[in-house]
Write a new protein. Structure first.
Lengths: 379, 411
């Protein structure tokens, strides 16, 4: 992420911080002033966005909300529903995951909140929920995502939520509440929301109390809960318990769905069978693998716009060369790192030791790696 | 003449060479697997110390010159701290980060792709001339420009020229102005002399060098002296001293890497169709270590473990010490020379070579270890197809590389 420092700029500031920084860099060249200042206070750097964990609030047994105070360069202008990348070193290596921001955006804000559920196999999520002490410095990536609340919001909305998929929806609800957009009492103006929230058990339901309070205070929010351990999964087409039972006017609503992959698959299928896909907005938070069996795939070279199908034994470098991309290379044996490129998306395997790299914007050596599924490079 | 056939010299069969390669691969795998939080803490701590030293030096030089009492001790202290900071940055941090030794941490702030070091040479050019040319073609005559940096005659195989008589002087100049010598290194003086250099590329490189060099000069010789006000001369002198100290130190360390008598040179033919195991072997034979304590090794960027660095240029430098124990065992097992000596001896040998080779070969004796007699009845080995593309089958090697040149390529 070279040049992250210039990514975030604010023209509206009173003090021309950018000019101060530039002047300061005459003293610190070839480094940035931030490279020194962050040794005084870890948040005083905008080369890489950073944040300090201020609070870890347990939500359920296996989920916690992390309240993070971002450092320099953070703009507090995320849109409700977006997610952020959070990077923490595990065994010396930065590992990145994305989590939806659950707090409402606030320009004057000092902190953001993300809510994380520890997954049985998720090393990082477990570490985030159980292992993070307040005061820990984490890396942040700027907010991203198209699963956002439009401004102004649609008059009638339906939220279909499963498990920790509640977090982006929570940010939307909190935003509407803070802006007074949610209908307060019957007969008043305001947005009408029906929310269907599936969770394995009542205990594992994140934000249960806050949602209850919101529903109590706002006639515009109708809450339906489903405990899937005892009552089974949501089946939209079912006569009883289906979508017509809890939201008969669903065809007139904009629907926002967030949850586990299979749930979203069945929702997509249901909406497309009714030809209403335009009204459905989805957020997937599970990784989707592109290729069958995970060996080889289509490599896209983003800047040159070239693509090529490569098998699992062809290095990215060789594939790029046969696609006619001006690949940088040196030793062709993993020594000199001249060939290092940014892997924008996807997964590659190091042919020397089988290590896999799939972090967003990770730097990889193309001469010794091969595609595992579809991947995109920044060249 | 350069040694005609590396493997024959070593009395190793092809299988033994491959076995050696596998054992070295094994070491690499083990070190890679054991990299962890302690290693990350090491480089982070070192960076913290280095930046602390630099900041302390700059503040000392800004404050102390204003009092008659503290001026001289302050200047001495400031220059020492600054010299130390520059040495640490260039050797143990910059050089090693740019090798990709810390890329595994996935931290963009400590990554080979965007580290810029505190010296005149732009990082992109260094990564080409050093990481690629020098590490791939280590000590190969006509390829590795580090053999004498295009100025000095360092191998008896290089033809003598009357201009070589000035070598002791060129050497002193190179040592004093080392950062500028390095800055011009990737321009490839040899190529320019032969008029083979692409003018457009040269212009681009020069522009980059001027931009970086200008910032370096401004910082040390204009901005910081100006901040010392009327005492600007003291600060300027101290900064110049710090740069000179760093130049002399890095020059000595680098000349100890490949010019002591035990380090061999190779010919173009020897690297044709070279396997990875043979490349390993060439790295052991072409490099020389020096002995010292932990502090000396850190101050020299762990280049006292030059052999280990050349075998595994992208493994973290703090591990070279422990790797060296195993490499020495392997060298003993396969009866391969492992060149090592105290720092003064290694540099002394390099200096002797510089002086001896300033005159024609016939005037001096060769200090290289003697070659074993060639086996007269050894049959000409048939060329073995090792399943690798030859250079002719590949697209031409790019002469300039890295992010700064990629803009041009992206079309």
């Amino acid at each position: 992420m070279a040049g992250a420092g210039t990514k975030v700029r604010s023209a509206a500031r009173v003090v021309p911080w950018e000019r101060v920084r530039r002047a300061g860099s005459k003293l610190t060249t070839p480094l940035h002033p931030d490279d020194y200042l962050r040794l005084v206070n870890p948040l005083w750097s905008q080369r890489e966005l950073r944040g300090r964990i201020e609070q870890v609030v347990p939500e359920t047994d296996d989920a916690a909300t992390l309240v993070i105070r971002p450092g320099w360069g953070w703009r507090f202008d995320h849109r409700p529903g977006q997610y952020v990348g959070i990077g923490i070193p595990v065994d010396g290596t930065f590992q990145w995951r994305s989590y939806s921001i659950s707090s409402a955006p606030k320009r004057s804000g000092r902190t953001i909140a993300i809510t994380v559920r520890a997954m049985p196999e998720g090393l990082l999520s477990t570490h985030l929920v159980k292992g993070l002490e307040p005061g820990t410095i984490v890396r942040l990536a700027a907010p991203e995502g198209d699963f956002v609340l439009p401004d102004p919001p649609p008059a009638k909305m339906l939220f279909l939520v499963g498990g920790s998929g509640v977090t982006p929806v929570m940010a939307m609800l909190r935003t509407m509440e803070r802006r007074g957009q949610l209908r307060g009492a019957d007969g008043e103006e305001g947005v009408d929301v029906v929310m269907h929230y599936s969770s394995p058990t009542p205990e594992r339901m994140i934000f249960a109390d806050e949602l209850q309070r919101l529903a109590d205070e706002h006639a515009g929010l109708t809450l339906h809960r489903l405990h899937t351990d005892t009552d089974g999964m949501l089946d939209l087409g079912h006569d009883e318990g289906g979508i017509d039972s809890f939201c008969p006017d669903w065809r007139e609503r904009q629907t926002y769905a967030c949850g586990p992959g299979p749930m979203l698959d069945s929702i997509t299928e249901f909406f497309s069978s009714h030809d209403l896909e335009d009204q459905l907005h989805l957020e997937r938070f599970t990784l989707q693998l592109g290729g069958e069996g995970g060996e080889g795939g289509t490599i896209t070279f983003r800047n040159s716009g070239k693509t090529i199908d490569a098998d699992g034994a062809t290095t990215v470098l060789e594939a790029g060369e046969s696609a006619g991309v001006g690949m940088p290379y040196g030793c062709r044996m993993g020594i000199c790192h001249t060939c290092t490129l940014t892997l924008v998306e996807g997964r590659v395997r190091d042919l020397r030791n089988g290590d896999e790299f799939d972090q967003h914007n990770e730097q990889v050596q193309t001469c010794v790696t091969a595609a595992v599924g579809d991947c995109t490079f920044d060249i | 003449m350069a040694i005609s056939d590396v493997r024959e010299y070593m009395h190793l069969t092809e299988e033994q060479v491959e076995e050696l390669g596998r054992e070295l691969d094994q070491i690499r795998e083990e070190v890679e697997a054991s990299r962890g939080a302690d290693d990350a803490a090491y480089i982070n701590r070192l960076i913290r110390i280095q930046r602390g030293l630099a900041a302390a030096a700059r503040v000392t030089l800004m404050v102390t010159p204003h009092s008659r009492k503290t001026r001289v001790p302050g200047a001495v202290l400031g220059a020492s701290l600054l010299g130390l900071a520059k040495i640490l940055e260039n050797m143990e941090i910059g050089h090693n980060v740019m090798h990709g030794q810390w890329d595994w941490m996935n931290d963009p702030e400590i990554h080979s792709s965007n580290w810029e070091w505190d010296t005149a040479q732009p990082a992109e050019q260094w990564k080409h001339s050093h990481n690629y040319v020098h590490h791939q073609f280590t000590n190969v005559l006509g390829y590795d420009n580090d053999i004498g940096y295009g100025i000095l005659r360092m191998a008896r195989e290089q033809r003598w020229n009357p201009a070589n008589l000035g070598q002791p002087v060129y050497n002193a100049l190179l040592a004093t102005l080392f950062q500028w010598g390095v800055a011009l290194h990737d321009l490839d003086v040899e190529k320019i002399r032969k008029l083979e250099k692409d003018p457009a590329e040269m212009k681009r490189q020069l522009k980059q060098i001027v931009r970086k060099g200008r910032n370096q000069i401004l910082k040390d010789y204009v901005v910081y002296p100006a901040l010392s006000g009327p005492q600007w001369r003291t600060t300027l002198k101290a900064n110049a001293t710090a740069n000179l100290t760093r130049n002399l130190w890095s020059y000595v360390i680098i000349f100890c890497g490949h010019f002591p008598d035990g380090a061999m040179h190779f010919t173009e033919e020897e690297i044709e169709d070279e396997t990875r195991a043979e490349w390993y072997l060439r790295q052991i034979l072409g490099a020389a270590n020096f002995e010292g304590g932990e502090l000396l090794h850190i101050l020299s960027g762990n280049l006292g473990y030059q052999i280990e660095h050349h075998l595994f240029p992208d493994l973290p430098s703090n591990r070279y010490g422990q790797i060296s124990v195993r490499v020495r065992e392997l060298c003993a097992k396969y009866d391969i020379p492992y060149t090592i000596g105290p720092l003064h001896q290694q540099y002394g040998q390099a200096l002797r070579t510089i002086i001896k080779l300033s005159v024609p070969n016939s005037w001096t004796s060769d200090d290289k270890p003697p070659q074993p007699p060639a086996k007269p009845d050894a049959p000409e080995a048939p060329p073995v197809d090792k399943g690798r593309k030859s250079d002719a089958e590949r697209p031409p090697r790019r002469s300039e590389l890295g992010a700064w040149s990629r803009g041009k390529q992206a079309s």
